[in-house]
Design a protein around this ligand. Structure first.
Ligand code: SF4
Ligand code: SF4
Length: 160
């Protein structure tokens, strides 16, 4: 658990610890609980893949990490990261992400996401520390990944 989010003068107390993170993103995904209801009844810790993620995993020879999911509510299939029996992501090896270069959009956005009511939000992970401040601009790739996930979901639910 990190020190909580702090933004001062265009700087944020966040820096992803990447491979040295003791609690890789997916460890945190598993711990996310929410009072919101997912109308589609999918679990919040599912790592859904965009079309681009799917193609990237194929291209780098890791199609074994892709699993098919099915939304009963929407009557359509989608793709997600395959999980081990204990619910951890199959790409997690020795506590680290083994596909850093190709990790899915959702993982690249994490710990940031945009909330309809309050704008930029973040899950308090190991990367938040009051011992360092980085330019907020450095987090733009994560914001862009979060935007792509929104587009993915809007497209998914527009198809009704
Ligand atoms: S985003 Fe947070 S939890 Fe994920 S690897 Fe970086 S520091 Fe760790
Ligand atoms: S792809 Fe990598 S970062 Fe994403 S959940 Fe799996 S191991 Fe974690």
């Amino acid at each position: 658990m990190g020190d909580g989010v702090r933004i001062v003068n265009g700087k944020i107390n966040f820096e992803c610890k990447m491979e040295s993170c003791k609690n890789c993103c997916c460890g945190v995904f598993k711990g996310i609980t929410n009072r919101l209801s997912n109308v589609d009844h999918r679990p919040f810790d599912e790592i859904v893949l965009t079309e681009e993620d799917y193609e990237n995993l194929y291209r780098c020879g890791r199609s074994d990490l892709i699993e098919e999911g099915y939304s009963e509510q929407m009557g359509k299939k989608y793709f997600r990261m395959a999980l081990e029996d204990d619910g951890s992501c199959k790409a997690l090896v020795d506590g680290k992400c083994s596909i850093n270069q190709y990790k899915p959009t959702l993982c690249r956005a994490f710990p940031f996401y945009f909330d309809m009511f309050s704008g930029l939000c973040a899950v308090n992970c190991e990367g938040f520390s009051d011992e360092h401040m980085t330019d907020l601009k450095d987090s733009l790739p994560s914001f862009e990944a979060a935007r792509k996930m929104y587009t993915f979901w809007i497209d998914f639910y527009s198809d009704i």
